[in-house]
Design a protein around this ligand. Structure first.
Ligand SMILES: [Zn+2]
Length: 414
């Protein structure tokens, strides 16, 4: 084609496709996860409690027999985790699922060497309080006793399967939460059903007890494409809109294809583990952090350099709750509005703002002024994907936000 013809074609195509020279207003979107992360990652460790297994007469656990009752002892389960995983990978965030009262044995005739409530004595309270205040950890709720012992392991009745009414579940859970609070000074924001087992009363009881999030089902991420990706998204249940978090990755049998699929769909990488291998009924608890430590190191090495957000279940659920409770509306050339009807304390949300409308894509960043006057600058390190496009994490308040471009010099330090 001759140059003049080519130019005419270009102009015509633009006219018929209705393409504007530049956007007339901002384009603003809620980011799926904070600061440009593709997926959150959480290590979920079940069954931490004030118990150990070993000969009661010797007053000490067998190797692999500490379930948390060894407290901070260097031969205990938490010291193992810190020495064998967290020393090399300080970015790991762990949510422990904690049994508050004395954990039940599986069978009547095979008791734990020691099984006591979290608040049994000063040493136990100090240990669990320290864990709950450690930024690497979150303590979540995993039952009052985990269930009821039986004649055989197969007959063990999981706690949330056994409640005969919502009221019975609420009453026992409140007792567990009181123990938890006496031991740590805190109330857990979420939890998990013991043994992934529950009945028709469980969901309403979880909601009524005030939990903000919960793990209901074990659902390792499918990589065959046969299950709809939507299946692995967080769900909402109960009158209080509890966030149900999926559990997607096995700490031992994880597969790089699962990680790739979760990242592709921006879904949660939640790694399932148990605190101890040794059970009083002679079986090995699978998965467990002791037997799986090499796989966990491989997994966290694999995650290094990938755009993930290491967070606890509570952090992840809080972000989902804020994201889903925030309506973005009235986007114009220099601002937008948010309406928030959630109940998270200090809600914050990452927004992707295409600010081309402000100064033709030449801005080095944006400054957002919240309705309460707080100013936030876009994150120069977080890749928003395109020139003129920025990520900014704003405090969420109902009302009008103003956006202006920020001078280039303010980013030079980066
Ligand atoms: Zn459990």
């Amino acid at each position: 084609m001759k140059p003049r013809l080519r130019k005419a074609w270009h102009l015509l195509r633009r006219r018929v496709s209705g393409r504007a020279d530049r956007p007339l207003r901002l384009a603003v979107a809620k980011e799926r996860w904070p600061n440009g992360a593709r997926s959150p990652v959480v290590l979920m460790i079940d069954d931490l409690t004030n118990a150990w297994h070993g000969p009661r007469s010797e007053g000490r656990w067998l190797p692999g027999g500490d379930w948390g009752g060894g407290h901070a002892d260097s031969a205990g389960a938490v010291a193992f985790l810190e020495r064998e995983l967290l020393r090399e990978f300080p970015e790991v965030r762990t949510t422990f699922f904690v049994v508050a009262g004395a954990i039940s044995a599986y069978t009547h005739h095979q008791p734990f060497g020691s099984a006591r409530p979290l608040d049994a004595d000063e040493a136990s309270r100090a240990f669990f309080t320290a864990l709950s205040q450690d930024v690497r950890y979150e303590l979540a709720y995993h039952g009052y006793n985990h269930g009821s012992a039986a004649a055989t392991t197969e007959q063990f009745l999981q706690e949330w399967r056994g409640f005969e009414s919502v009221a019975a579940a609420v009453a026992q859970t409140r007792r567990g939460l009181e123990i938890f609070h006496r031991a740590t000074g805190r109330t857990p924001s979420g939890g998990k059903y013991g043994g992934w087992d529950y009945n028709q009363f469980a969901g309403d009881a979880v909601s009524e007890c005030g939990f903000r999030w919960w793990c209901r089902d074990w659902m390792p991420r499918d990589v065959s494409g046969q299950i709809d990706p939507e299946y692995y998204e967080p769900q909402v249940f109960g009158a209080n809109r509890v966030i149900a978090l999926p559990s997607t990755v096995h700490g031992h049998f994880w597969d790089p294809r699962q990680i790739a699929t979760l990242l592709k769909h921006r879904q949660i990488i939640s790694i399932e583990e148990h605190i101890a291998p040794l059970r009083p009924d002679g079986l090995v608890q699978t998965p467990n952090i002791v037997d799986d430590i090499q796989e966990l190191r491989r997994l966290y090495r694999h995650l290094r350099g990938l755009p993930v957000w290491h967070a606890t279940c509570g952090d992840i659920a809080a972000y989902v709750a804020v994201r889903e409770s925030t309506l973005l509306h009235d986007v114009d050339a220099d601002g937008f509005s948010l309406r928030y009807d959630g109940s998270e304390p200090a809600p914050a949300l990452t927004l992707r703002i295409d600010a081309t409308a402000l100064d033709d894509g030449h801005a080095a960043g944006v400054v957002v002024t919240a309705p309460d006057g707080v100013e936030v600058q876009s994150d120069p390190a977080a890749a928003a994907g395109r020139r003129g496009c920025f990520l900014v994490t704003v405090p969420v308040v109902s009302g009008r936000y103003r956006v202006r471009s920020s001078p280039a010099t303010r980013h030079r330090r980066q």
